[in-house]
Design a protein around this ligand. Sequence first.
Ligand code: SF4
Ligand code: SF4
Length: 199
Amino acid sequence: MVGAVKSGEQLCRACGLCCDGTLFDLVRLERGDDAGKLQALGLPVSISRGKLPVARFPQPCSALCEDRTCRLYAERPWQCRTFECQVFKDAQAGRITFAAALPLVKHARRRADHVRRLLRELGDTDEHRALGERFHRTSERMESGHGDEAAKAKFADLSLAVHRLKLLSQNRFYTRNEAPSPGKSPPPTAAETDFKPDP
Ligand code: SF4
Ligand code: SF4
């Protein structure tokens, strides 16, 4: 798709990084989200173990469609309804143009695709898992002595590629902490990242 991008909706249709396992490993449900209903709609909601159980579902999200729209748009959970990445916010607020936002999104997608390719070449073909989780798993495998010299060199490339993706994500996508001002809510906490590429 994507010729001229002139709105946040069009930008997101060119992106999908906050739903496809690039920026986040999972989405946590909040009070007010109906876990049972979301499960019935096909989201694989599970409850974490621990003292404070948390309902969550993994990314890449099963509700993300080929055209990067959300199959559950009308029913999507609170985090999904409130999250806007920094690029989106900057474009909506006119701090950058949508024309300038689009290359950023495309650049991040290329970096994520590069990470996916290296993961596949190192034997991780599990495209249904988030990138952070896949990298973590591959790191553990490599650090346990798996792989010849060529694989080790590739793993070094992967580590660098993940690092560069993480930097770009932190600098341009995860929302900055803004001081709440009167009449304005604090920014949503959906930017909490479970991306954990560095061992
Ligand atoms: S990461 Fe930002 S631009 Fe991309 S889909 Fe999410 S909100 Fe939209
Ligand atoms: S429910 Fe929709 S908005 Fe939320 S992560 Fe899944 S595809 Fe994205």
